[in-house]
Each structure stands twice: as structure tokens, then as C-alpha cells.
Design a protein around this ligand. Structure first.
Ligand SMILES: [Zn+2]
Length: 422
């Protein structure tokens, strides 16, 4: 009899744990609001150069360890092929959806994650190379939007912050760009562009390691949600490109996405579902048990992570507007992507003419055979999804003319400095 009672108790406890969704997680599950968040992005990091995503060279031990201790998404799609389309969309969980993003002015938003978390009592800090933060810096506790800053200095500043006594939970976003602008010159890499790219990645990975070890040393790793991703990937010779910020090919859209938090996020799980970076904000809010704004277009990935019912939009959109690198050149590129198909639409420079490219990603993951003329039904169906999405385009903010002029000048100077313009 005693045995039966004990057995029943065990079954009861297991049922409670299972149905609460907590699995084998600890107390943190019920106290997630006290979690810190360390959000790490690495500019121009494509996922397939990380060992945890299948790269044959073992060059990213720290990111791989993070992946082993958390969950990874294998089909995380960026909402733009450049920083200035991707970052505002993942911060606000709203697509930029502006076919002419002149001088990088963004529509104001009530859904900017750093501002939301600040309102909810978080200490919000951003340390970003590539002047990455596009919204009002004065609304945050700390925002260092720096152009030419290297990993050593960024890490040093973040570690300095972590070591200070905190009286509230923090959300800290750090954006590295040592992959975007590797320090090894092409000549030093013996003309090997892949080696040059990987060298930047090795350095970025070392710095991710420093941050993770510091969290452990300070005993902050137990209650800090670490997220690692990238704003976009990089062309490494595919489609003739060694850069990003052009056509929304998969090599510039597919980025790593890793979540780790002991007691909240299970270990060693891998999800092949297509998700977007616009899902990051809603996921963080869900983990913290905070409501997502209705305007947000992304969905929380937390139910999927916990193997609960997961309803997600099957279409992910990405875009880019090119005009600033070549005077007189002007084209808007956008795409709709499902798990198996991608339709790219390009408004050709100097005209209203549209070009389409349709790819079967299952059979042709390198996007080499355009099926727009062959798979007519699929083409029409996705074209309609794209048109519906574009119809929801947002109003471009009209800024004061003087501010606009200054901003334009600033942008041109930056791009020249970065070598994008002559
Ligand atoms: Zn970027």
C-alpha cells in the first residue's frame, strides 16, 4: 500500500512538472522576471561557418559550447541583407518594409524592445560597433553607438559593466563587427578570402568566450539568458558576391540563432523550423512573462523551445534598398521565404519594371535555377503573399530638413570611411 501511495505521488509530481511546461527545469522557471539578458550579435556572421552549424573546421569553440548548453535554430532568417534593414526589424519586431529607405530614417515605433524593457524596470545597455542602434539613445541607461571599435574594447567595456553591482536585472546588447571587417588584410591571408573571413570569426568567438566565462565567474550565468545571432550573413563567392547588402540570397539571410539559459531553456536541442529575427523580441518578452505588443509582427519561439503548441507565420520576408553605394543606381529587393521555397522580387534601377526569381530551396539550396517561368502556380501564390505584405508598407518619417541634411552627410561620411564609397 505504502509503495502504491509513493508511486502515485511520484506520478502526480511528474504530471504537475510536465503540464506546467517546466520539464526538468528549476525555480527560475517561475521567476523569470529577474533574468538578465545578454544579447550578442556579430555583424555579417553567416551560420555555416560555425562548427555547431556543421562547419568542418573547428574554429568557434565558445559559440559551439553556448549552442551545446542551449538550443539552436537552423533556419533563422534575417529581415534584411544589410544592418540597416535587419537591426530595426529585430529590435522592434516589425518589418522595416520601406522600399526607399533614404539616409536610414526609421519610422518611430512603440515596440522597440530596449525601450520596453527599460519601462519594465530593466537596466538597458547597448554597446554597438558599426553605430548599430537606430533609435533614440537618450531613452536608454547606457548606449554607446560607436563606429570603429574593435572586439577588445567592446568586451572590456561590457565586462566592466558586468562587474559592477547591479540593483536591477539588465538587458545588455553587444554588437561585434570583427567578422564584417576582419583585421587580417587579404594580402596577410595570402589572398584567401575564406581564411580572412574565418580569422575575424575566430577573434569574435574568443570574445564571446570571454563574456561567457565572465558571467560564470560572477555567478551570473545561472540567471542570464544569453542569445547569440547576427544581423545578416555574408556572400563568400556564391552568386559572385563577397559582401552583403544586395540581393537577399540565403548566404546573407541565414544566420545563427542560439538561446541559452540554465533552468529556462533546455540543452542541446535543435530546431529546423523556419523562424525570423523578428521573433527574438517576442520570445524574450514571453520568457520574461511580459505581454507582446499587438503591433509586433514576430512570434514567440518559447512554446516551440518547450515543445508546446507553436503557431507561426509560414512566410518570412526580407528586403533591401540599394542606392547609396553607386550614384544613380536605385533598386528595391524583397523576398518571401517558406520552409521550401523563396521568391525574390527586384524593382529594377531607374524603372518600375519588376524581375522575379523563384527557387526550390529543398532541391536547390544554392539558389541556382530560377523556376519563376516553370513553377507558375507556386510563383503566383508567393507573388501574391509578397504583394499583400508590401501593401502594409509604412510611412516614411519626415524629419526636420536640417536634421535630415546632417544625417545624410553623416551617413555618406561613414560609408566613405568604411570603404563603401569612393
Ligand atoms: Zn551588418
Amino acid at each position: 500500500m505504502k509503495k502504491i501511495v509513493v508511486l502515485m505521488l511520484i506520478v502526480l509530481v511528474m504530471a504537475v512538472v510536465y503540464f506546467s511546461g517546466a520539464g526538468d527545469f528549476g525555480d527560475l522557471f517561475n521567476n523569470k522576471r529577474s533574468l538578465n539578458i545578454l544579447f550578442i550579435t556579430i555583424d555579417a556572421l553567416r551560420k555555416d561557418h560555425l562548427t555547431c552549424y556543421g562547419y568542418k573546421k573547428d574554429i568557434t569553440p565558445n559559440i559551439d559550447r553556448l549552442a551545446r548548453e542551449g538550443v539552436i535554430f537552423t533556419q533563422a532568417i534575417s529581415q534584411g541583407s544589410s544592418t540597416h534593414y535587419s537591426v530595426p526589424s529585430f529590435l522592434s519586431s516589425i518589418y522595416v518594409r520601406i522600399p526607399q529607405l533614404k539616409n536610414r530614417f526609421y519610422p518611430p515605433t512603440n515596440t522597440n524592445l530596449p525601450e520596453i524593457l527599460k519601462e519594465k524596470g530593466y537596466f538597458v545597455g547597448i554597446m554597438g560597433a558599426n553605430a548599430v542602434y537606430p533609435y533614440d539613445q537618450t531613452k536608454l541607461d547606457l548606449c554607446e553607438n560607436i563606429d570603429d571599435i574593435q572586439a577588445e574594447e567592446l568586451t572590456r567595456r561590457v565586462v566592466e559593466f558586468l562587474r559592477k553591482e547591479q540593483d536591477k536585472p539588465f538587458f545588455f546588447w553587444i554588437h561585434y563587427w570583427d567578422v564584417h571587417t576582419p583585421r587580417l588584410s587579404l594580402a596577410e591571408a595570402g589572398g584567401d578570402k575564406i581564411l580572412q573571413y574565418d580569422t575575424g570569426l575566430i577573434l569574435a568567438d574568443e570574445h564571446v568566450g570571454i563574456l561567457l566565462r565572465e558571467l560564470e565567474r560572477l555567478n551570473l550565468d545561472k540567471n542570464t539568458l544569453v542569445i547569440l545571432s547576427a544581423d545578416h550573413g555574408e556572400g563568400l563567392g556564391e552568386h559572385g558576391s563577397w559582401s552583403h547588402g544586395g540581393i537577399v540570397w540565403d548566404e546573407v539571410l541565414r544566420v545563427p540563432l542560439i538561446f541559452k539559459c540554465p533552468g529556462v531553456i533546455p540543452k542541446q536541442r535543435r530546431f529546423d523550423n523556419q523562424v525570423g529575427l523578428i521573433d527574438i523580441g517576442p520570445t524574450i518578452l514571453d520568457i520574461l512573462r511580459l505581454d507582446k505588443s499587438e503591433e509586433m509582427e514576430g512570434s514567440s519561439l518559447f512554446p516551440l523551445i518547450l515543445n508546446k503548441q507553436f503557431i507561426h507565420c509560414p512566410y518570412i520576408f526580407s528586403e533591401h534598398y540599394q542606392d547609396e553605394f553607386k550614384p544613380g543606381f536605385d533598386r528595391y529587393i524583397c523576398s518571401v521565404r517558406t520552409q521550401d521555397w523563396k521568391l525574390i522580387r527586384i524593382r529594377v534601377s531607374g524603372s518600375e519594371e519588376l524581375e522575379y526569381m523563384l527557387y526550390n530551396l529543398k532541391k536547390d539550396p544554392k539558389e541556382l535555377t530560377n523556376l519563376a517561368e516553370v513553377e507558375k502556380r507556386q510563383f503566383e501564390f508567393l507573388k501574391q503573399r509578397l504583394e499583400d505584405w508590401l501593401k502594409q508598407k509604412r510611412t516614411i518619417v519626415k524629419l526636420d530638413e536640417e536634421i535630415a541634411k546632417d544625417k545624410a552627410k553623416e551617413t555618406v561620411e561613414r560609408l566613405r570611411r568604411l570603404g563603401y564609397m569612393q
